[in-house]
Unconditional design. Structure first.
Length: 94
């Protein structure tokens, strides 16, 4: 991956990750001060966002690396996603 293409990928992902961080922080704040029903909903949404943001980032990077034909990074990212998926499946089974 060249410096130029990696810079583009970082510039595309940075605003999304910043948004996810601020939104999760806001939802966690709502979860601490809201009434019980809203607190539970906000807490669950914050947790889902905290879990989903890095996974979505890796998926977007896979697409970016695939279009740049950097298959070494694609394979590593897919391996990481496979480890995450297998961990989720094991957690659901047990």
């Amino acid at each position: 991956m060249t410096d130029r293409s990696s810079g583009r990928a970082i510039r595309r992902l940075s605003p999304a990750m910043r948004w996810a961080t601020y939104t999760a922080w806001g939802l966690a704040l709502v979860a601490t001060v809201a009434p019980t029903d809203w607190s539970t909903l906000a807490g669950v949404l914050a947790l889902v966002l905290i879990i989903a943001a890095p996974i979505l980032r890796v998926l977007l990077l896979v697409v970016s690396w695939w279009t740049e034909k950097d298959f070494r990074f694609v394979m590593v990212a897919l391996l990481l996603l496979a480890v995450i998926a297998s961990g989720a499946i094991i957690a659901l089974i047990t």
